[in-house]
Design a protein around this ligand. Structure first.
Ligand code: DGY
Length: 328
């Protein structure tokens, strides 16, 4: 009798580059829905599984781990951010947790720059203006924005993605400031023409503030009313990290009252942004549905990494990309 394949639950259909590996190696239950499985479905589906491949939309805490039971050998997240997973709890139980670092760095940095440029040069407002039939002639003061070239960019969180954004800023001759008390001078930080400053200096001096921190207790609402009040009135805020790093109510008031000029968000608190959120009434906000890493190539690589983490964990091997290596 051949050995039964390990049982896994995959919480969404991921690109085939990863899914095919999972299907070959495992007895996989794959949630077919376009929306995440509801909490009670996850609790049901994980019962007795050996491995879980989940998404950033799936909260995985003690309750899910309890429901899975002692057979659970690995949790593999299809994301670099792991704030949806109770890491201390997984670590306490000796369960390795995998993520997908590196492969989405450049794609996400591209998108942060796309948002920066869209908000600053009023691309989305321009599009709406044209489609509404309002374009009557070339206008000397029509939809004026700000220059990006030569401006000061403040990067909050100077990890892989923050640094990739700094590299792009070099092409625009920007002055780059960064604030990162979490990842001190890691590889590459010193090689970039960027100056480490405290958060107040960054907020006061930057024309653009781009957020690239993970979501932790320390970064929750880091950009709130106080921080926004320190920014220049013509400054623009970009968030491609995690929604709750920016306080949405404080941001609404800052945008509405002209405390800052504009914002561009790929992530919100909560996600998705509620259809009746007052933020959506603002013309000086560009908003996208958490798609910064959404290139075909990158999502394929993320799927492969997530599958490789899952399969390594099932084999009892060290995960290639493990966020809690202290389990070993
Ligand atoms: C991540 O991986 O954490 C991004 O937010 C989604 O790609």
């Amino acid at each position: 009798m051949p050995k039964p394949k390990p049982k896994v639950f995959v919480t969404r259909i991921i690109p085939d580059r990863g899914l095919s590996l999972v299907k070959d190696f495992c007895d996989a239950d794959i949630w077919p829905g376009e929306l995440p499985p509801p909490g009670e479905v996850i609790l049901e589906k994980v019962r007795g599984i050996d491995g879980l491949l989940c998404l950033l939309t799936d909260p995985v805490g003690a309750e899910v781990m309890d429901a899975a039971g002692p057979s659970l050998k690995v949790i593999s997240n299809f994301a670099v951010g792991v704030d949806n997973i109770d890491l201390p709890e997984a670590t306490r139980r000796g369960i390795p947790v995998g993520n997908t670092p590196g492969v989405l760095t450049e794609t996400t940095a591209d998108f942060a720059f796309a948002l920066l440029m869209a908000a600053t040069r009023r691309v989305v407002e321009g599009d709406r203006f044209v489609r509404a039939g309002k374009w009557k002639t070339w206008g000397p003061t029509l939809l004026l924005g700000q220059d990006i070239f030569g401006a000061t960019l403040g990067i909050v969180g100077f990890g892989r993605i923050g640094r990739a954004v700094a590299k792009r800023a070099g092409g625009f001759d920007m002055r780059v400031l960064y604030y990162d008390p979490w990842v001190t001078d890691g590889p590459g930080a010193g090689a970039l023409p960027a100056q480490s400053v405290d958060l107040d200096t960054l907020l006061r001096e930057s024309d653009f503030v781009s957020v690239h921190t993970p979501l932790t207790d320390q970064t929750y609402h880091l950009i709130g009313a106080d921080a926004l009040a320190k920014m220049k009135p013509d400054a623009i805020l970009i968030n491609t990290a995690r929604g709750p790093v920016v306080d949405p109510d404080a941001l609404y008031h800052a945008l509405k009252n002209g405390q800052i000029a504009a914002a561009a968000l790929d992530v919100t608190e909560p996600e998705p942004v509620p259809a009746d959120s007052p933020l959506l009434e603002l013309d000086n906000l560009v908003i996208a549905p958490h798609i910064a890493s959404a290139s075909r190539a990158t999502r394929g690589k993320m799927a492969q990494m997530a599958a490789e983490n899952l399969i390594a964990g099932l084999k009892g091997e060290r995960l290639p990309y493990c966020v809690n290596p202290e389990v070993y």
